[in-house]
Design a protein around this ligand. Structure first.
Ligand code: HEM
Length: 144
């Protein structure tokens, strides 16, 4: 379990970094509405060439959700209260962010909502990074 949480927290951080870089690319290339619907992309689950960038951004969002939730569930099995709190906060920000992503689409890229999407992305990154660092400390403390 100790090893597993190290991996899940690290993968969550990598996926968060990836989804943010992809998001800025989506924004800069004006591809935000290449998937005009949500949760599907033009009614499809799998991507086509025209929607691959936005689809991959969303797919990375799904990866972030999967690995932050798994890290948080594994954290519940430790006796580190701060780890439980920070991983729960990360999960909360991720779900707010996914909801905001849907609102970004629903409001057809309203600038204020896109700005909020960026602001919450920073909260996601910070809490996921702190979770990973706390996991490392916790693992070290019980190795002795
Ligand atoms: C953990 C999940 C996510 C993170 C961390 C994230 C992060 C970001 C970031 C950093 C940007 C660039 C914003 C900017 O340059 O101002 C962005 C853009 C965008 N995101 Fe996400 N995102 C996530 C999930 C989603 C989801 C699930 C959707 C759709 C349902 C979505 C839809 C969009 C769209 C459409 C844009 C482009 C907005 C534009 O064209 O200006 N995002 N995202």
């Amino acid at each position: 379990m100790k090893m597993l949480i190290r991996y899940t927290s690290l993968i969550a951080l990598g996926a968060t970094y990836g989804v943010m870089v992809l998001g800025s690319y989506v924004s800069a290339t004006g591809l935000g509405l290449s998937c005009p619907d949500w949760p599907l992309c033009r009614g499809n689950i799998l991507p086509t060439e025209e929607i691959i960038i936005e689809w991959t951004h969303r797919f990375f969002g799904l990866l972030v959700a999967t690995f932050t939730v798994t890290t948080s569930v594994l954290a519940l099995r430790t006796n580190d209260k701060k780890l439980k709190i920070i991983t729960s906060l990360a999960v909360m920000f991720v779900f707010i962010q996914i909801t905001l992503g849907a609102i970004v689409i629903g409001t057809r890229l309203q600038p204020e909502i896109v700005a909020m999407h960026l602001a919450v992305a920073l909260a996601v990154f910070t809490t996921v990074l702190l979770s990973m660092l706390r996991v490392r400390n916790y693992a070290k403390s019980i190795e002795v």
